[in-house]
Design a protein around this ligand. Sequence first.
Ligand code: PEP
Ligand code: MN
Length: 347
Amino acid sequence: MIISMKLHSTREQIDAVCARVNDFGYKIHSIEGEERVVIAVVGVGDVTACLESIEAMPQVERAVRISAPYKFVSREYRKERSVFRINNTDIGGDNFIMMAGPCSVESEKQIMESAEAVASAGATFLRGGAFKPRTSPYDFQGMAEDGLKLLRKAKEATGLGIITEVMSDRDVDLVAEYADILQIGARNMQNFALLKALGKCGRAVMLKRGMSSTVKELLMSAEYVVAHGNPQVILCERGIRTFETATRNTCDIACIPVLNELSHLPVILDPSHATGKRSLVPALSRAGVAIGADGLIVEVHPCPEKAVSDGAQSLDIPQFRKMMADLKPYINLWRASREAEMAASVR
Ligand code: PEP
Ligand code: MN
């Protein structure tokens, strides 16, 4: 339930509303805003009676029930898109986001070359895993903190924001020291201990859709992070598992407008994991721009044939530069349409 107070409500009036909410057995989740205060309420009880009673209070403008099972991430809760400012870049606004870099951080030379190349081609975030979720225990597991240190070095050299995966709740504080955005991989989308820990990490989170997860499950996982205190969640479609074997995963491209309808959170498309083939990445990237994603996360490697992970889906540097150039007219159209949408929503 969301309660909007009238302008300039006093502390006593807000306290009185909170007390009434508590009388009905509900809990206050958060109180936001200065001039116009919005109180978010969670719990189970007689919602109709509680709403009626709260709406009858003189300083209450409106009290509404949120029918979706995910509350804070729903469009019912917030009509406007959420915009997060991360490393001097707005995500979710009228700026199309490009995150790029190798699947794994492998060496200083590899990550520095990747960072310089993707920055000069126009990316604003560098990706690269230091903790890698691998199907086989015998495969490269990532450089761990040494990899994070290299990402920091690359950030210092280029100014790029850093997005990197965290796989365990025990590593959240460590990864948050180095990263601007903590990536939660598809395999951990429903690691609830991890999601709860992310609520307290003080950094933005990008939550990748589990390979067999529905849109609703993705939004419920995002709700965990927000309900535990962190509103800065970005969603990511990276393909789901189907009977189709022509691509590594099946890109559920329609989930992008679906997520935009259901949620105010930014949505990023990962065309690399969605296809598993570098030849398909540019086409799917164009589709992502056209369908209204907020940005892309793309795997780029200075020498994909030598990559320790996901070489087949990684673009090399000239291919990434060409894709960025080819995407320009699409991104210009995207920006015009986003600006028009944002202007209409303030009117
Ligand atoms: C990755 O981004 O390299 C990765 C492991 O992605 P996903 O969790 O989507 O498989
Ligand atoms: Mn990868």
